[in-house]
Unconditional design. Structure first.
Length: 307
């Protein structure tokens, strides 16, 4: 009897190990020196299709509510036209980070709100608030940095990862039973739709989104050095009450230093990328970043023709 129990436990342990190995053994991502490591095992615990469906429903509800309140900017609004033009340049490079992005129904909308906020929900649902555009007076390059960053969260499925970890915590042994075909997990998604706008990303997620966002923007022809001035502006805005976007995106000198350290990885992509033929701001030099020895001292709007 003891041998039979021991044998069953050994078999169960081996099955658990194989199941976990299957979840963890996902490929690493690296594109021309931009390496963000392996996809999290936790994303495998929640179906991507259901996350994207929930995001689509919640985004549609938010959009419809904004329209009823007169807060949804119309298609012919200059800011809407601008953001959609920038997104159109960035989106073709998204599939390289997530093959599912080829089938996403991308949307870009602008909400009339003083909040300094922007986001991209799973499935390519992008929204900017007028506050972040107007109060920070974002250049096209800075808009591309924000947009690329938020798109990176969706492409790297950080929301799905967060939800997977929450589900694993709550389901515990039932989850392992389900993986082994020994039982049902019940509702593994745990009110998924209501979570998508409130999930908090880890510092690692934010750093990853910064790098992937810079890569996307650079390939689309937007200057990744804009990340420096963007976070300088965000830091200045945070001297009073921290804006919502900043409260969920750790900032400070460390973050600016990280962006600066990553510039050599993405500048070659920007240098060879076709630049936008239409700009919605006025490109100009804005001075030197920190010191004369900084090889990327020319900031936002700088183009080779500037010297």
């Amino acid at each position: 009897m003891k041998q039979r129990v021991s044998s069953r436990l050994t078999h169960l342990s081996l099955s658990v190990a194989l199941a976990v190995s299957a979840l963890v053994g996902v490929p690493a991502w690296a594109r021309e020196g931009v390496d963000v490591g392996r996809e999290s095992w936790a994303t495998r615990l929640v179906p991507a299709e259901q996350v994207e469906q929930a995001a689509q429903q919640q985004y549609a509800q938010m959009r419809d509510d904004a329209r009823k309140k007169g807060a949804l900017l119309p298609d012919n609004n200059p800011q809407v036209i601008r953001l959609r033009a920038i997104a159109k340049r960035i989106i073709p490079f998204a599939q390289g980070w997530n093959p599912r992005a080829a089938d996403w129904q991308w949307e870009v909308n602008v909400l009339d709100s003083k909040e300094l906020n922007a986001f991209c929900m799973p499935g390519g649902k992008i929204a900017f608030f007028t506050g972040i555009l107007d109060q920070l007076k974002l250049t096209d390059d800075e808009v591309a940095m924000v947009m690329g960053h938020e798109m990176a969260h969706a492409l790297r499925e950080h929301a799905r990862e967060r939800m997977g970890k929450q589900s694993a915590t709550k389901l515990g042994a039932n989850l392992i039973s389900s993986l082994l075909g020994l039982g049902s997990t019940g509702d593994a998604l745990l009110n998924m739709g209501s979570q998508l706008l409130t999930l908090k990303f880890s510092r690692e997620d934010e750093s990853e989104a910064d790098l992937v966002g810079m890569e996307l923007a650079a390939r689309a022809g937007y200057d990744p050095r804009a990340g420096l001035s963007l976070w300088q502006k965000m830091g200045a805005a945070a001297k009073g009450a921290p804006p919502q976007w900043l409260s969920t995106h750790p900032s400070g000198s460390t973050r600016i230093q990280d962006i600066q350290a990553n510039l050599p990885k993405v500048m070659p992509l920007y240098d060879r990328a076709p630049k936008p033929t239409q700009r919605f701001d006025v490109p100009k030099k804005t001075g030197e970043a920190y010191n004369n020895n900084d090889p990327y001292r020319h900031l936002i709007g700088w183009t080779p023709s500037d010297g």
